[in-house]
Write a protein that binds this ligand. Structure first.
Ligand SMILES: [Zn+2]
Length: 421
């Protein structure tokens, strides 16, 4: 006999606490970076729990971990739910873990209630979403989506001196119970529950964000090269001052980009100069620009604006200007049929929700390339994330998990294709 499946709240909260203990930092955060021994422990704990509930455990060449509950028609493409288990070096307890452990709670809730679904349901923990130990982030989901084979990153080196190739092999080897998957299974849909990592939901007191799109990101590295000269003896007209050019360019961009377009984001997060002496005009300044926008054309326009502004600043200060792209991630628009399914799930439980775009990128951005995808956000305190102080209220965890459960049940019992695909 089957009953209505419900999230076991205390179990989910215990589960979050148990995983937060793996790599726990003294300040109450988590340091569980990708492919580290801590990451391996977390994967083992999740796999053991899955096996004890009778779910099948798989991993692929990128060490993405899958936990599968069979469907009544197990040949149908699965509903995929989950997120990641790795963290930033001074990360929080919820970024990634929330989505992965809530997804596992969904599987357990279905199992507890004896509810059978037409389609199989799989939980995924994608490898290296954060990109802090090995750049870039979202390696696992990019490999899963067929955008980059994981082998392309084998030579990547962690700050601690470990090569990715070695750590990946150790991670795969640490879970011999998992069946190796050599081909990607067909996916009916992917849904990722995540903390917002921004202040909007908390400020508006709305517990669920329905993510319609993830904004695009471009990273540029700007280098101004002038000439080192004496600070005291060199008049303005003889100066080739790379720092003055950089200051000019950064000030101009900060004064215009976000002021003129509230959806645009511009951040200069890293700057270095040489020779770096009090009384020497800097010869060379290098800085990064992180540009984001939900619209691909607007993002391209922003890059063009950066290039023009920097060229003008370089010219004014007698410097050459070089701009090197470091990252180019197109925006992603999520599946409208999934967006309305999330809204329906919220409505049927009387949970308030609002549509929003995601300022951060996530694994769902890449899975969206191969299967209809969407994301559910819940609020986090003061919008703080990638920080040991990251905090989520229990009631929001439970509302997020309940929404994910209802949505999963809806999707896993659909036999027709999602509209628009
Ligand atoms: Zn995350």
């Amino acid at each position: 006999m089957s009953e209505r499946a419900e999230v076991d709240g205390p179990r989910l909260l215990r589960s979050l606490a148990a995983f937060a203990a793996i790599g726990a930092t003294p300040a109450g955060g988590v340091n569980r970076q990708a492919l580290s021994p801590g990451d391996r422990l977390a994967r083992r704990l999740l796999a053991e729990r899955a096996l004890s509930r009778g779910f099948a455990v798989f991993q692929d060449a990128a060490a993405n971990l899958f936990l599968r509950r069979a469907g009544a028609d197990d040949t149908l493409p699965a509903v995929l739910i989950g997120s990641h288990l790795d963290s930033q070096p001074t990360g929080g307890r919820f970024d990634g873990a929330l989505g992965t452990l809530s997804a596992f709670e969904v599987l357990e809730a279905l199992e507890d209630a004896g509810v059978s679904t037409v389609r199989p349901v799989e939980v995924v923990a994608f490898t290296n979403e954060e990109g802090s130990r090995y750049a870039p982030g979202c390696m696992g989901s990019m490999a899963f989506a067929g955008l980059h084979p994981i082998s392309e990153w084998q030579a990547a080196m962690a700050p601690d001196g470990e090569r990715l190739e070695h750590e990946l092999a150790a991670t795969l080897g640490a879970l011999p119970e998992a069946t190796m998957r050599h081909a990607r299974p067909d996916i009916f849909a992917f849904v990722e529950l995540h903390i917002e990592q921004g202040p909007v939901l908390e400020r508006e007191n709305v517990p669920i964000g329905v993510v319609t799109a993830i904004q695009g990101t471009k990273w540029l590295e700007v280098t101004f090269t002038g000439e080192a000269a004496h600070a005291g003896t060199t008049p303005r007209e003889f100066r080739k001052d790379a720092m003055a050019a950089a200051a000019h360019a950064i000030a101009a961009l900060q004064a215009t980009v976000m002021a003129e377009d509230p959806q645009a984001r511009l951040t200069v997060g890293r700057l270095s100069l040489e020779p770096g002496s009090v009384n020497v005009i800097p010869r060379q300044v290098t800085f990064t620009i992180d540009l984001r926008h939900p619209d691909g054309i607007a993002l391209a326009d922003l890059e063009a604006l950066v290039r023009t502004t920097c060229a003008i600043a370089g010219e004014q200060w007698g410097c050459t200007t070089a701009i090197r792209p470091l990252l180019d991630m197109a925006p992603g628009t999520f599946e409208p049929a999934l967006i309305s399914a999330i809204e329906t799930a919220c409505r049927s439980r009387g949970i308030a929700c609002r549509q929003m775009t995601s300022g951060a990128f996530h694994d769902a951005l890449f899975v969206n390339r191969i299967a209809p995808s969407a994301m559910i956000f819940i609020p986090c305190r003061d919008g703080i994330s990638h920080n040991e102080a990251e905090f989520v209220e229990d009631r929001h965890v439970l509302l997020g998990a309940a929404t994910l459960l209802d949505l999963t049940l809806d999707l896993a019992n659909r036999t027709d294709a999602l509209a628009g695909r």
